[in-house]
Design a protein around this ligand. Structure first.
Ligand SMILES: [Zn+2]
Length: 343
């Protein structure tokens, strides 16, 4: 091949790269950190407008408050504009009292009063209330249909305190083929069913986080009509527990990328993993940990796992998301990044 021809071919290849894609990837991304709180949730969103949203705080342990603080430094922010507490189980609300000692918080968002009295919820809820009543923070009690006032993303509450949105998102609302008219599930009586769930829209990219919302609520939300529509990035409900993540939700939203905040011995159930793996159009299933229960047959390949061994390094997963719907997923253990093109 002549060098002239080679040059011509190279120019042709450059011309083939989508100008829209290049433009979108040049615009500022939304960054999402899946912090390892060992089977709890702590997910940090940083918008291009520089605003931050932390969904849940992990367990009542210095370890988790510290992992969140380290992530805040990594993300080059100095405060949490919003902290959303999905529900009052200790793997979600636990580290609030420790976190507020070192990190300034603007607004707390939650579902309102504790609905599952008993140990250790009473204690954790009281500690959270003590932080709230210092008067240092704004407080929003989320209601389904509310828009959260976060700059740079469009965040809509879809579930809170056991209530759900009563109408579909624009473009959604089709009959959900995964529903069975006769199917019934007993109502979950715990805080899980009270979880604040949100759909976060960034350009063409749609993200779903339902906390630990249980399958009885999934059925109400998704049957007979699918009120959510397709999702690009799914924060796997309930750490991949079998009480959540039923096909009526997971198959219908057809996530392109799913990230599970499980621990080695919590969440990551084989049945929830299998439902995710079978979801139509799934391109990547990432896990914060290798699941011992999942064993050889129900874990993603090692490159998709942030933590694999018995040691406890707290590796994280970071998603860099663009307005055109493309995403990059970074595994802090392998230092490797994987690209996902828009749908
Ligand atoms: Zn949980």
């Amino acid at each position: 091949m002549t060098s002239g021809l080679r040059l011509l071919l190279a120019a042709f290849a450059v011309a083939l790269a989508s100008p829209a894609l290049v433009a979108a990837q040049n615009s500022k991304p939304l960054e999402i950190y899946f912090i390892d709180v060992e089977g709890g949730q702590a997910t940090l969103f940083v918008t291009p407008a520089g605003q931050s949203l932390l969904i849940d705080t992990g367990w009542p342990m210095e370890r988790d408050a510290q992992r969140i603080s380290e992530t805040i430094k990594l993300a080059k922010i100095h405060q949490l504009d919003f902290v959303l507490i999905t529900h009052y189980h200790r793997d979600h609300v636990g580290a609030v009292p420790l976190l507020v000692k070192t990190v300034p918080v603007g607004t707390f968002i939650d579902h309102g009063p504790l609905r599952q009295p008993g140990k250790p919820m009473d204690e954790d809820y009281a500690a959270y209330q003590r932080a709230l009543t210092t008067g240092k923070y704004n407080h929003i009690v989320a209601k389904p249909g509310d828009k959260l006032p976060i700059k740079g993303i469009d965040a809509t509450v879809v579930s809170s305190d056991g209530e759900l949105i009563d109408r579909a998102f624009p473009g959604a609302g089709e009959p959900n083929h995964y529903c069975h008219p006769s199917a019934q599930l007993p109502a979950d009586q715990t805080e899980n069913a009270r979880s604040v769930g949100t759909v976060l829209v960034f350009g063409r990219l749609r993200i779903l986080d339902l906390g630990d919302l249980t399958s009885d609520k999934e059925m109400q939300l998704m049957c007979p009509d699918d009120k959510l529509g397709k999702i690009d990035l799914y924060v796997v409900s309930h750490h991949g527990s079998e009480q959540s993540g039923s096909p009526v939700l997971v198959a219908a939203i057809a996530p392109r990328v799913a990230i599970m905040d499980n621990a080695a011995g919590k969440g990551g159930s084989p049945s929830a993993w299998q439902i995710l793996k079978a979801a139509p159009g799934l391109e990547g299933l990432w896990q914060l940990h290798y699941s011992e229960e999942g064993g050889r047959d129900h874990n993603s390949a090692e490159e998709f796992l942030a933590n694999v061994g018995q040691d406890d390094p707290g590796n994280y997963i970071k998603v860099t998301a663009y307005q055109d719907g493309s995403m990059k997923v970074f595994n802090s253990r392998t230092r490797a990044e994987k690209n996902y093109a828009p749908r």
